[in-house]
Design a protein around this ligand. Structure first.
Ligand SMILES: [Zn+2]
Length: 161
């Protein structure tokens, strides 16, 4: 994969970490000292996503990529990520990762229905009721992003800053 974005998400954003993994982004969830966090993100070339202003400014000062998350709502957060760094909100079965531990899931091709398993934590996943909910949310995110882009264009046209 060429230049795939990788993330490091800090505390308070656990749900964001799970969503990023589901849509296929390599995402570390980090709880610990800022110093260690910055070091890990730098070593692994990860974009830091945080609600912590101090951490955000430290990262920027060190010439690292970081995004200050503004909202608590997952759909608004995704809107921000799409608009600011152009992440791709869609499920790719080849790239989907375990929401719990970030390992690439393996598709079990012998089963009648599609079943994925996680080679690290052993959890199994399949397309069930839960799947509908995931798809519904992904569509909401896409819809939201579309509307947001439209609003930006309108604002520009009207020349309102
Ligand atoms: Zn796992």
């Amino acid at each position: 994969m060429k230049n795939e974005k990788k993330f490091l998400v800090n505390s308070m954003l656990g749900s964001l970490a799970r969503w990023l993994r589901i849509i296929g982004y390599d995402t570390v969830y980090w709880i610990g000292e800022d110093k260690d966090l910055l070091e890990k993100a730098s070593l692994e070339n990860r974009i830091i996503l945080t609600k912590d202003k101090n951490l955000y400014y430290q990262a920027i000062k060190n010439n690292m990529k970081a995004i200050l998350i503004k909202s608590n709502d997952i759909i608004s957060i995704f809107k921000q990520l799409v608009l600011e760094i152009g992440i791709n909100v869609k499920i790719n079965f080849e790239k989907t990762r375990c929401p719990l531990c970030n390992s690439l899931l393996i598709l079990n091709k012998n089963s009648i229905r599609k079943v994925w398993h996680c080679p690290s934590c052993g959890k199994k996943y399949w397309i069930g009721k839960h799947w509908k909910e995931i798809n519904r949310k992904i569509n909401l995110i896409k819809e939201g992003v579309k509307n947001e882009k439209y609003e930006v264009i309108i604002r520009r046209r009207k020349n309102i800053s």
